[in-house]
Design a protein around this ligand. Structure first.
Ligand SMILES: CC(C)(COP(=O)(O)OP(=O)(O)OC[C@H]1O[C@@H](n2cnc3c(N)ncnc32)[C@H](O)[C@@H]1OP(=O)(O)O)[C@@H](O)C(=O)NCCC(=O)NCCS
Length: 178
């Protein structure tokens, strides 16, 4: 039987599981740490991935202005990686951003190849506006940040704004056909 993957906006009941996904990865310093209060306060920025009704992935999108949004806190449960779930989360952010009228998304990352495969280009960190560093000042690596900046211009093609229906994407995961 094919597996079912759903990408949907996060809900309050997801915060505990999101926290459990983010914490170990933050300890590995692959993403910035976030506490529960922060997760609740920014819950509207999060999408989650469900695989057969289990929450296995998360991403956040933070908006700086019409010309810029950031992909943050992207994590897929280690047991569910390499199945395209991370890509689905990023692509859902792109459609969400386009629907909101955002023209460019960026990320600070160590997984450059993952992003370039999705059409992102590497850019110098200096090319990004200063305001993006406001959360980074809390990072212990701030003075010597070795993350790579990647960005993607979202196409001009019009998209429908996200509907109230809380499902952005549903697909059948049939790995034999990938
Ligand atoms: C980065 C991360 C989110 C990617 O999640 P993922 O679900 O494994 O992502 P995908 O499956 O879409 O893509 C991963 C790779 O699997 C490959 N892949 C995708 N679907 C596949 C499939 N069905 N079969 C085999 N390989 C597949 C992709 O080609 C991709 O290759 P890459 O090595 O060139 O990137 C995940 O590795 C993770 O949580 N890492 C730790 C946290 C982190 O670094 N986050 C990024 C912060 S910016």
């Amino acid at each position: 039987m094919p597996h079912r993957i759903i990408i949907r906006p996060a809900a309050a009941a997801d915060v505990e599981k999101i926290d459990a996904l983010l914490q170990p990865v933050a300890r590995q310093r692959l993403i910035l740490p976030r506490n529960r209060d922060d997760l609740f306060q920014h819950m509207q920025e999060f999408l989650v991935a469900e695989y057969d009704q289990q929450l296995v992935g998360v991403v956040a999108m933070h908006i700086y202005g019409t010309n810029l949004g950031e992909i943050r806190s992207l994590v897929v449960d280690a047991d569910y990686r390499q199945h395209g779930i991370g890509s689905l989360l990023v692509e859902a952010c792109e459609r969400w951003a386009k629907g909101l009228g955002i023209v460019r998304l960026f990320a600070l990352t160590y997984v450059t190849r993952f992003f370039t495969r999705l059409g992102y280009e590497q850019v110098s960190k200096e090319s990004l506006p200063h305001k993006i560093w406001t959360v980074c000042v809390h990072c212990e690596k701030f003075a010597d940040c070795d993350e790579i900046a990647v960005q993607k211009a979202l196409s001009d093609a019009p998209v429908q704004p996200m509907k109230v229906i809380p499902i952005l994407e549903t697909l059948e995961d049939d790995q034999d056909n990938r």
